[in-house]
Design a protein around this ligand. Structure first.
Ligand SMILES: Nc1ncnc2c1ncn2[C@@H]1O[C@H](COP(=O)(O)OP(=O)(O)OP(=O)(O)O)[C@@H](O)[C@H]1O
Ligand SMILES: [Mg+2]
Length: 235
């Protein structure tokens, strides 16, 4: 369970001529994330990534409160990050070791102290996702889709209770997008994604549409997505 109460995010506006001016990235955000699968949609710059970063304390609200699994992200950022796995748009930002196997072993370091056990667990996790053949391949030689799946495996390795993913399918071709969507559909964890992929959004339990840092519509995909498409003149 995630709760945002009276949340506002403001940053200094360096482009303004007015000294001390600030820019509002999010305002009036009051949301309780109770559904298992939630998508954030909205134009470029509408505040989706900013909202996602609030959920694991990567950024803190300028006003209001964000509570994740009962923990206020302000004092408990570290604990929150341990329980919320964050999947970036660009998996290169996530994968730090030179092979998938090494990367997952690194991720498991705090969970499993024995080296052999750690290696076996990492191999098992790769096998579960059908990625065994990639275990020792250089990260740089993986395709975008493979990298995204390895990155998801790395995040899942530490068994987070909630998964947050920022446009996880954006860089992927159709086949990989479908593979990733299938992987997401099978996750037992609560999932919060931001996306421009409206087919992915349609598979969620709830869709929240943001524009200009505010919630425009919030509800079932079948209700919210058509409104968004209409506003964007897609239909
Ligand atoms: N640290 C910052 N300082 C100033 N402005 C920022 C900062 N971070 C984000 N912004 C601005 O806030 C707005 C919202 O950004 P955000 O990244 O949340 O949008 P988004 O909905 O994720 O967009 P996209 O679909 O393009 O990923 C944008 O106008 C962005 O330029
Ligand atoms: Mg974004």
């Amino acid at each position: 369970m995630i709760q945002l109460e009276g949340v506002k995010v403001e940053v200094p506006d360096f482009a303004s001529q007015v000294r001390g001016a600030s820019k509002e990235l999010l305002a009036d955000i009051n949301l309780a994330f109770t559904e298992q699968r939630i998508a954030l949609i909205g134009s470029n710059g509408s505040g989706k990534s900013t909202l996602l970063k609030l959920l694991n304390g990567l950024i803190l609200p300028s006003a209001g409160q964000v509570t994740v699994l009962g923990l206020d992200t302000r004092p408990h950022g570290k604990d929150v990050r341990r329980r919320v796995g964050y999947v970036f748009t660009d998996p290169s930002a996530q994968l730090v070791m030179s092979t998938p196997l090494d990367d997952i072993q690194l991720s498991l370091r705090t969970l499993i102290s024995d080296k052999d056990l750690r290696r076996r667990r990492a191999l098992a996790l790769l096998a579960e996702r059908g990625l065994s053949e990639l275990a020792d391949q250089s990260i740089y030689d993986l395709s975008g889709g493979e990298r995204q799946l390895v990155s998801l495996t790395t995040v899942l390795a530490v068994e987070p209770e909630i998964i947050v993913a920022d446009e996880p399918t954006t860089l992927l071709d159709l086949r990989n997008r479908l593979t990733l969507r299938r992987a997401f559909a099978q996750l037992p964890q609560q999932l919060i994604v931001s996306t421009h992929d409206l087919e992915l959004a349609a598979e969620m339990d709830r869709v929240i549409w943001l524009e200009g840092g505010r919630v425009v519509a919030d509800g079932a995909p079948a209700a919210v997505i058509p409104q968004y498409e209409e506003a964007m003149a897609l239909v």
